[in-house]
Ligand binder design. Sequence first.
Ligand SMILES: Nc1ncnc2c1ncn2[C@@H]1O[C@H](COP(=O)(O)OP(=O)(O)O)[C@@H](O)[C@H]1O
Ligand SMILES: CC(C)(COP(=O)(O)O)[C@@H](O)C(=O)NCCC(=O)O
Ligand SMILES: [K+]
Length: 249
Amino acid sequence: MILELDCGNSFIKWRVLDSITAATRVEGIAESDAALIASLVAAPGMVLTRCRLVSVRAPEETAKLVDALVLAFNVTVSCAAPARQMGGVRNGYGDFERLGLDRWLAMLGGFKLASGACLVLDFGTAATADFIAADGEHLGGFICPGLPLMRNQLRTHTRRIRYNDEAAEQALECLRPGRTTVEAVERGCTLMLRGFVLTQLEVARSYWGEDFTVFLTGGDAGLVSAVVPQAELVPDLVFVGLAMACPLS
Ligand SMILES: Nc1ncnc2c1ncn2[C@@H]1O[C@H](COP(=O)(O)OP(=O)(O)O)[C@@H](O)[C@H]1O
Ligand SMILES: CC(C)(COP(=O)(O)O)[C@@H](O)C(=O)NCCC(=O)O
Ligand SMILES: [K+]
């Protein structure tokens, strides 16, 4: 079985694929290395042979996780690395190694699925947008704070914005103007994310008219999907790119 990991700034997304059919056997989201390993140990019938991962964390942090995986499961671990081009996509950064690897893999996945111009929007700790032209040229992208960062900035830099996660979840029942602090913040930040999406669509239209595919991914993609009904919601887009960047021969 193949273990796949997407180590973001907030969470580790993981899944285990059958080596022969490539079907997903189990998947989850872990808050820490220890929680990840505990979930894998607890899953019944787990025989890991290979592991591939992408990380936007510090190299030392990633190395620690790799060591822990090797120790726990005796697997070979392959880590996605930056590239100037791959899968027909050309990295648009002057310094290509600086482009976040999760963005790069989501772009590879998007371009593969679209086989044409695409706009890749990822809603995690940060919200990111990347533009890939029909010929595979990455035109660049944008990075903004995602919902967790916007919310936490308000909570930590004001005196009177305080509420718990349960209240936050309930506040998103609808997006009418808030009548409590939690509603006002959660709905306000959600509308900021939606505004981000609409602006990115305008940029994409200025390049390609209507001739492009929009991909939404990341943990908070569901919060914005209503404003782009034409978009493809692909939660595992980074994993599509990961399989391209780390083929298991
Ligand atoms: N099951 C879940 N567990 C944790 N967060 C989730 C879950 N489902 C959706 N989310 C949302 O995903 C966001 C984190 O997105 P994610 O793409 O994992 O970020 P990152 O890649 O930066 O770690 C959180 O703000 C949370 O709102
Ligand atoms: C932009 C990001 C912080 C997004 O991370 P995420 O929200 O997925 O955890 C990450 O892709 C990153 O650290 N990028 C390096 C900077 C860049 O892409 O220019
Ligand atoms: K991510």
